[in-house]
Design a protein around this ligand. Structure first.
Ligand code: AMP
Ligand code: MG
Length: 430
């Protein structure tokens, strides 16, 4: 049984609602919208100890059960005083009535004209509202002297609840949990967080020319590199259980068995190769027989052919093209966002840079292009980008040389030197 609980929509129903849907000339934005309508979100939730929750997806909002900090406290090491005691016409002199340390509160009362020695994080003694940092005070015989103007009433005091007020949303549902989120949860006293279960993603490569590592490379054969880039890209997501199914031979029985196995155990299956128009092999036929599958030609470069659909049983199918660069580009353009949605991630749009293009780029309107770029900081502090040389969809070294994808939008034409272009940095992705 597939673990996804879905209300499956037929692909045709999604297509009917998408204005101008043409599977043979699909704009990238249309393909993304189609996929967003297709993929469900996993429902299983597990409670994890805080450290294990790093990089996982928060399943419910976390409300603060308390004010953080719980008391007004000092932001500095120094002397706590009443703001109204500060004089503007000359030095203020205050007698030290005692001390309050972080974790050891000053319990006494403070008379007018007195102050309390205080350390960072210590609770503000009753009635005191201002801290003069020790470097701005001189102390002689138990009397603190503050020159006029060095502090204003209320300075250097943290207010109760200024980080998180009791009842406020401390962490929203759908957060991909970060180091700071773990700290926020800990500051609320939480030892565990509810996260969505990991996404199970199977993947295999197709093509009789492919050889696995360790095999000899016969004439006309290539090593299967896609399985390694796909593994790496999935692993980077952080919430995926990976099921590596190897290279599947290009015959109907082997492909059928592989898809059936994947549909037993995976929420999604990613394949590469065999989806080109006019492809003579069996991949497309088997996909079509085992589920509700659309075959697209997308108005993009690289990465034109792609299959998308749902196997009987619910497993989502991403049939990526075979060319190694096209695999990575279609993964980032379509699969990554879909897997984030399936995992329940909310509010994590790609962060794009604007960079000045250092060379002209030829492009026709009517397709989205993803060129491999190297982004650097110009002498004026602005981002600049140049292209990594030959951009063929088989030149995987162009991905390794790059540190981001230059995205040239569907409608845009050629780029002149100095034009601003969008770049999707690889930092954190690849
Ligand atoms: P296809 O989409 O099956 O026509 O493949 C397009 C190109 O990508 C061909 O040159 C294939 O040899 C190559 N290719 C397909 N799958 C892989 C893979 N797993 N690793 C490396 N190259 C591949
Ligand atoms: Mg092939």
């Amino acid at each position: 049984m597939n673990p996804l609980r879905t209300e499956p929509q037929r692909l045709q129903d999604i297509a009917d609602r998408l204005a101008g849907y043409d599977p043979n000339a699909l704009a990238v934005a249309q393909a993304q919208a189609f996929i967003a309508a297709l993929v469900p979100t996993v429902q299983g939730v597990e409670q994890l100890a805080l450290r294990s929750a790093l990089g996982r997806v928060l399943a419910q909002p976390i409300l603060s059960p308390l004010d953080v900090p719980s008391h007004d406290n000092s932001a500095m090491d120094g002397y706590a005083l009443r703001g109204q005691d500060l004089r503007s016409d000359g030095p203020t002199e205050l007698k030290i009535a005692g001390k309050g340390l972080a974790g050891l509160q000053f319990e006494g009362t403070v008379a007018p004209g007195e102050c309390v020695r205080i350390t960072t994080g210590a609770v503000m003694p009753a009635g005191l509202d201002t801290v003069v940092p020790q470097e701005f005070a001189t102390v002689v015989n138990g009397v603190v002297r503050v020159e006029p103007g060095v502090v204003r009433p209320g300075d250097n005091r943290r207010l109760a609840g200024e980080d998180l007020a009791k009842g406020a949303v401390a962490l929203p549902q759908g957060r991909l949990l970060t180091a700071s989120d773990l700290g926020v949860a800990a500051s609320l006293g939480r030892a565990e967080l509810p996260v969505r279960r990991r996404l199970r993603v199977a993947f295999f490569s197709t093509g009789d020319e492919l050889r696995s590592l360790g095999e000899t490379l016969d004439t006309g054969c290539v090593y299967d590199s896609n399985r390694y880039t796909i593994w790496g890209m999935l692993q980077r997501l952080g919430f995926v259980d990976l099921i590596d199914m190897g290279v599947v031979r290009d015959n109907a029985a082997a492909l059928t068995a592989a898809f059936e196995q994947a549909s037993q155990c995976a929420d999604a299956i990613i394949t590469s190769g065999g989806v080109s128009v006019g492809e003579a092999d069996h991949t497309k036929q088997v996909m079509a027989a085992l589920g509700d599958v659309a075959f697209w030609r997308i108005a993009m470069r690289p990465g034109r052919p792609m299959a998308i659909g749902r196997l009987h049983g619910g497993t989502v199918l991403f049939g990526l093209p075979g060319n190694p660069v096209a695999v990575m580009v279609t993964f980032y353009a379509f699969v990554r966002g879909a897997l984030l949605q399936m995992a329940g991630v909310q509010g994590l749009p790609p962060v794009l840079l604007k960079a000045r293009c250092q060379t002209p780029l030829r492009k026709k309107p009517g397709r989205t292009e993803y060129q491999r770029g190297i982004v650097t900081r110009g002498s004026d502090g602005q981002w600049e980008v140049r292209i990594t040389g030959a951009q063929g969809s088989g030149i995987l070294s162009s991905m390794s040389a790059a540190n981001g994808l230059v995205i040239l939008p569907h409608e845009s034409g050629s780029v002149n030197t100095g034009d601003w272009v969008d770049v999707w940095p690889f930092e954190g992705l690849i």
